[in-house]
Ligand binder design. Structure first.
Ligand code: FAD
Length: 550
């Protein structure tokens, strides 16, 4: 095995290798083509994923330090913030994609269109299987092999959380460019079907009922895009359809949509949607998705739950993120990992539990365990417990919260999350105090909420930049990753909202839409996609969106 790992000829080596579930006789692939021979002096850096985190590493890495291999089932980088625009044709999917080979060329990186399925930590091998259209349904045509690494970067993103809701196979997700194209096709097919003379009024209403489960930015932006499309294109090109037949509904489990924003912004979004006839149902939990309707429980002011249902023609599921099966299995293998949604890393983005610290994780698949808070929390409680009776009263509890907020580098979103953990929630027996010993739950809650960075492109991108420096500069090895929250934006249909780190809040107005566009235009990874976006926006303004189904 060692011989195979150390060899640098242009061949596939066969090695008997003990893997999960028995010995695996898989080839070990070091490089692919004659003219891409590895430099034996350089360590192998394998990056899994071609999203925000991976691209940021590739764009910031020292060009000459590593033999770089990028592995992803997608041979492109997808600009996710504008993905909702592709669901109705505001932007074409191609305008959001940049070939990963072009980005990896900067560091002379190899790209393998394949999926990582396991990591052999002991032998430093990634188990990979090829993907793509050349693979038949019975699996023939699929290649299965190992890629050796010296340093491994995991940036594989996340999948959608299910919350145990049944019937999700009836829903659409919005995570990939294929998802956006499927939604676009479905929207158009439903509208065309609604126009058929054989369609009954009930069927028409159902076909044109668009239900979004989840009140986060993806759901809200999709609803806003749909609404723009309805108002600007549907009414013009489908005059037979009545505007009243079309409905857009958002079902949100919390009391506000966009709750990562300041409450003023959430309320603005809700008011605007109400005015535009987008039905926002808050405090409602989806129970199941049936073939033709979404069943949810609504909690009224009297805290009584009532079951309701809404028929749908298209249902979007966007309620948060969970680990991909690959990350889940790695997390289980590592033993000390105990986070439910992501791989735990230290503040240098090194995955916890890997003996030689050679695996890094960033972006949506990872979360940083903040040792400072865990280490200090008991001491914080002790200091707050003035009477030393092992209990905290309301005032003492608030001292703890204030202390944590002051002492630890929290974003505004984290602060709000901390405040949500109100005293009453822990004082279950209404005794006016909470036992310190019972605060294990509180500690874990706070620790999770506080240390969990938001799952955003901004975080993944900053982490990628940090990691590239960490991997190339010796003097960076002692500086932990620190997240700098620059702001958050969301599109609301010909306007936008946003919060910026210097305190400025952008609430509506046409200028907001242009600011929103400018931010994302400038964030593009290539001039080509910038040009494509500009063309898409111009075409939309001059001719409206393309309404053909392909
Ligand atoms: P991703 O960008 O998701 O990349 C993961 C990559 O890993 C993909 O290339 C995938 O193909 C690959 N991969 C997955 N599994 C494997 C495997 N087993 N083997 C090999 N490769 C694998 N964030 C913002 O900051 N602002 C926004 O406005 C915003 N809007 C969004 C809108 C939508 C519709 C969505 C879905 C997300 C949005 N986000 C936004 C969130 C942002 O996209 C994510 O936080 C970001 O993509 C995370 O980057 P990542 O590198 O961790 O994962």
């Amino acid at each position: 095995l060692e011989e195979a790992r150390g060899a640098h000829e242009q061949v596939h080596f066969l090695a008997l290798h003990p893997g999960r579930g028995g010995a695996k006789n898989l080839p070990i692939v070091t490089h692919q083509l004659d003219d891409q021979v590895e430099d034996q002096e350089k360590p192998r850096l394998v990056i899994i994923g071609s999203g925000w985190g991976a691209v940021s590493v590739l764009r910031n890495l020292d060009k000459d330090k590593y033999n770089v291999t990028v592995i992803s089932p997608n041979n492109y980088f997808l600009f996710t913030p504008l993905l909702p625009c592709a669901t109705v044709g505001t932007n074409e999917p191609r305008s959001l994609l940049e070939p990963i080979r072009k980005i990896a060329a900067r560091v002379r990186g190899h790209f393998l269109e394949a999926q990582a399925i396991d990591v052999d930590i002991e032998n430093k091998l990634v188990e990979v299987k090829s993907t793509g259209s050349v693979i038949n349904e019975d699996g023939t045509g699929e290649d299965h092999f190992y890629v050796p690494y010296d340093q491994l970067v995991l940036s594989v993103g996340a999948t959608s959380i299910t919350h145990g809701v049944s019937g999700l196979q009836n829903t659409h997700q919005l995570k990939t460019v294929q998802d956006a194209m499927a939604i676009r096709r479905k929207v158009m097919e439903n509208v065309e079907k609604a126009c058929l003379p054989t369609t009954t009024p009930e069927q028409r209403k159902q076909l044109l009922s668009f239900v979004c489960c989840g009140g986060g930015p993806t759901s809200v932006e999709f609803a806003a895009e749909l609404f723009d499309w309805i108002n600007e294109d549907l009414v013009k090109w489908f005059p037979k359809l009545l505007r009243e037949d079309v409905s857009v509904t958002i079902i949100q489990s919390r009391d506000h949509i966009l709750n990562m924003f300041d409450v003023q912004i959430s309320e603005y979004a809700e008011k605007r949607f109400k005015r535009e006839n987008i039905n926002v149902i808050t405090n409602a939990r989806v129970q199941r998705i049936e073939g033709d309707r979404v069943v949810y429980k609504y909690k009224g002011n009297d805290h009584q739950e009532e079951e309701h249902s809404i028929p749908y023609g298209l249902c979007l599921w966007s309620t948060g993120i969970a680990m991909t099966p690959f990350v889940q299995s790695l997390s289980e293998k590592l033993g000390i990992q105990n986070h439910r949604r992501a791989l735990l890393t230290d503040e240098f983005l090194r995955v916890k539990g890997v003996p030689d610290m050679s695996i890094f994780a960033l972006g949506d698949c990872a979360t940083i365990e903040n040792p400072k808070l865990i280490e200090h929390i008991e001491e914080i409680f002790e200091n707050a417990d003035k009477n030393k009776d092992g209990q905290l009263n309301n005032e003492e509890f608030n001292t703890v919260i204030t202390y944590i907020k002051k002492k630890f580098p929290l974003t505004r979103q984290h602060c709000e999350k901390l405040e949500e953990r109100a005293f009453d929630k822990y004082d279950q027996d209404h005794s006016g105090t909470i036992e310190i010993q019972e605060l294990g739950k509180f500690l874990r809650d706070i620790d999770r909420k506080v240390t969990q960075l938001p799952a955003t492109a901004q975080v993944a991108s900053q982490q990628g930049e940090y990691l590239a420096k960490y991997l190339t500069k010796e003097d960076n090895k002692n500086n932990p990753f620190i997240y700098r929250h620059l702001g958050t934006l969301a599109y609301l249909g010909n306007t936008a909202v946003g919060e910026f780190s210097w305190g400025y809040k952008m609430i509506g107005g046409l200028y907001s839409m242009y600011l929103w566009r400018s931010v994302y235009w400038s964030e593009q990874v290539s001039t080509r996609t910038r040009m494509n976006l500009s063309l898409d926006w111009t075409k939309r303004a001059l001719f409206g969106r393309d309404i053909s189904i392909v």
